[in-house]
Design a protein around this ligand. Structure first.
Ligand code: GUN
Length: 281
């Protein structure tokens, strides 16, 4: 049976540390603030945005959620971002993705000041990560790396296989694993003989958004299996990994819920605190 990597426990520890850090920063006159922009009524996004606000409240970070109409124009969205760029109470800005189809996501993200880009999605931060410079790192892959580090999993020279090539998870995760000296493979919807690749993985990261996509026969015995998926099936949240079967084969596994999802929020809090400190300097 695999060792369970609990994001819930780790994130609870981080919450305690962050609470104390924010309290002492506030004493120094530094008050971290996060603005979350939600455009439209996407059900999953509403839940994520609410959880981000609740996390801020717990830790003592000032937070505002800006709900914008589904039909907002690009210009008005960018105007709102500009306002937040200039607001000294706001150290971090997050535009919840996906945006409605008529909006240009890349252009909107590029409007965020790179030092307020707590998601690490601005082209400047993405470019820095790509070239190995210090950058704001996207929250989900940052959380994955934190979990692997806390479990003292040796990554040097290991085969890391990522399923999914998104800008939010797959691509930045590849860069972070490369920085830790893994040999990295990214698989995607056009990959041929996918299971041949996954079976080579010492570290397997599933970030595709397909319920129970990764089955036991796709996993090398003893592998570290990280499940980034959040899928709703008959009202129940399940990951991209068939947990019940894969836990019998894997060496380590992250559960859903209570795994990577919790870490994503913790890392967002971390990025927001760091942004506030950097701006105060
Ligand atoms: N949509 C899904 N994941 C994320 C995330 O980490 N950040 C933002 N802004 N939107 C998302």
């Amino acid at each position: 049976m695999a060792i369970v990597l609990s994001g819930k426990e780790l994130s609870e520890q981080l919450t305690q540390e962050q609470k104390q850090r924010v309290a002492s920063l506030v004493k120094e006159g530094i008050h971290p603030g996060l603005a979350v922009i939600l455009v439209g009524e996407d059900a999953a996004s509403q839940i994520y945005v609410r959880n981000k606000g609740l996390a801020c409240e717990t830790i003592g970070i000032h937070s505002v959620t800006i709900r914008l109409d589904e039909g907002i124009s690009q210009e008005d969205l960018e105007g709102k971002i500009q306002e937040l760029n200039e607001d000294p109470k706001i150290s971090g800005i997050l535009v919840q993705l996906p945006l409605p189809k008529h909006l240009d996501e890349e252009a909107a993200l590029s409007c965020i000041l790179p030092q307020k880009d707590v998601d690490g999605f601005h082209i400047m931060n993405a470019g820095k990560l790509f070239t190995g410079q210090k950058a704001v790192t996207p929250c989900t892959p940052k959380g994955v790396m934190y979990m692997l580090k806390q479990a003292e999993i040796d990554l040097v020279g290991k085969e890391a296989v990522i399923i999914g090539r998104s800008n939010i998870v797959g691509k930045p995760a590849a860069m972070l694993l490369l920085n830790e000296h893994c040999t990295v493979t990214i698989l995607h919807s056009r990959t041929k003989n996918l299971a041949e690749h996954t079976r080579r993985a010492d570290v397997l990261i599933a970030a595709i958004g397909k319920a129970k996509f990764v089955t036991a026969d796709m996993v090398k015995p003893g592998a570290v299996v990280v499940d980034v998926g959040i899928n709703r099936v008959n009202g129940k949240v399940v990951g991209d990994v068939d947990y019940e079967e894969v836990e019998k084969v894997a060496g380590y596994i992250t559960p859903v819920p209570g795994g990577v999802g919790k870490m994503t929020i913790s890392m967002l809090m971390e990025n927001t605190i760091e942004a506030a400190c950097a701006q105060a300097r």
